[in-house]
Design a protein around this ligand. Structure first.
Ligand SMILES: Cc1cc2nc3c(=O)[nH]c(=O)nc-3n(C[C@H](O)[C@H](O)[C@H](O)COP(=O)(O)O)c2cc1C
Length: 376
């Protein structure tokens, strides 16, 4: 390995005492390939195993915590105990390759397609549709239903513990239900869950509290709890960087093992809500966090030099998404001093060789610009 990349391979210890062998983790990525009932399929086990040998941890695709939270065809489930044996296979497939396994837990809220949820009953913080073509208007959740969903995040955590995962990541990003409660676009409530910035934080904070209490009660060894968030959204009204910095200041005191910002580019700068637009979002977050909790950075880290540059911003860990699909040996190539051999495109004849499940492959080839796809 080249000296300049050594820092990527230094171990990292979470506040709970769990140590990772290096600074590189796989970002959570949905793969549209679980069985229709939410159970785990053979191909997804192979997909994970192929990508788990170099990284120190794998954050899985998001798993739904209640039947009305399913947002993707082929999404896997953590909403009932019968899913535990399949979840155990995912955790084992990852751990056998030497990485820690972290289950991302999720509710899709207003972004769930009606055909995937019972009676097509789509729910959210308020009855406001997403600003997307053809978006459905959701129904506003009752207080009792909100409490049931908070409990469901706790139950999904218990299942993750029983399935042998090393941790969970609470999916509070990318426009899904937890994000919808924090957003002034989707949350127009006037009860304890909405109305002010502080009240919009209640739902995520209660979920964190519930998840942590389940861990205290059920985990026999240290169990990682992380929280993922999106720093801004384009809608008006919408989450601004200023809102996020207030939220992150609170999140940093919740006894979490890490925060994980969701970005498409780790170098991106704020859209609105700050004074200095030359500073990156990561710089703002690190300044606010001030060492209180580890931060995972992500977004368009493609080359070894990108990874080094991302880690030098001061984040504790970096997550790699698309590039791990493009080149499953990305980490090993850097470790072996062969970083110039990293593949940065997927050729259209490589699905089988790269062990990419059908559902994910269809997304890759049908969404131009998302992945670097080429004909040979
Ligand atoms: C195919 C695909 C599926 C994704 N699914 C999820 C998901 O389930 N949960 C999540 O938090 N982010 C998801 N993301 C976002 C990634 O975690 C990551 O933030 C994003 O791809 C930017 O990182 P990258 O440039 O390294 O790919 C997904 C991204 C891709 C490409």
């Amino acid at each position: 390995m080249k000296d300049k990349f050594k820092s990527l391979f230094s171990p990292f210890t979470f506040p709970n005492g769990v140590t990772l062998k290096n600074r590189i983790v796989i970002a959570p990525m949905t793969h549209w390939s679980s069985n229709p009932d939410g159970s785990v399929s053979e191909i997804e086990l192979k997909y994970y195993a192929r990508r788990s040998a170099g990284v120190s941890a794998v954050i899985t695709a998001c798993a739904y915590v209640t039947p009305n939270g399913k947002a993707f065809h082929g999404q896997f489930a953590a909403d009932r105990d019968e899913m535990i044996p399949g979840l155990r296979k995912v955790a084992t497939a990852i751990q056998q390759q030497g990485a820690k396994a972290i289950l991302q837990i999720h509710h899709g809220g207003r972004l769930c397609p009606p055909e995937l949820v019972p009676d097509g009953d789509i729910v959210s913080a308020s009855a406001v549709p997403a600003e997307r073509p053809g978006a459905e208007t959701p129904r506003s959740l009752t207080i009792q239903e909100i409490e049931e969903i908070i409990d469901a995040f706790g139950e999904a955590t218990r299942r993750a513990i029983e399935a042998g995962f090393d941790g969970v990541e609470i999916h509070g990003a990318n426009g899904y239900l937890i994000h919808q409660f924090f957003s002034p676009h989707s949350n127009r409530r006037e009860d304890q869950y909405g109305g002010t910035l502080e009240k919009r934080m209640s739902f995520p904070l209660e979920i964190i509290k519930k998840v942590k209490s389940v861990v205290d009660q059920h985990a026999k060894s240290p169990f990682i709890v992380g929280y993922r968030f999106s720093p801004e959204e384009p809608e008006t009204p919408g989450i601004t960087m200023a809102d996020t910095l207030v939220f992150v200041d609170v999140l940093a005191n919740q006894g979490l093992d890490y925060l994980h910002v969701s970005l498409n580019d780790f170098r991106s700068t704020p859209r609105v809500g700050v004074e200095d637009f030359t500073k990156t979002r990561i710089e703002y977050l690190l300044e606010t966090i001030n060492g209180r909790v580890p931060l995972i950075g992500v977004g368009s880290i493609i080359t070894a030099d990108n990874a080094k540059e991302a880690l030098e911003t001061g984040v504790d860990l970096i997550a790699i998404g698309r590039e791990m699909i493009v080149d499953p040996d990305w980490v090993q190539k850097i470790q072996e001093g062969r970083e110039d051999e990293i593949s940065i495109v997927i050729f259209t004849d490589q699905q089988e060789e790269l062990i990419i499940p059908d559902g994910l492959w269809e997304q890759i080839i049908s969404r131009p610009g998302w992945f670097p796809v080429k004909e040979r």
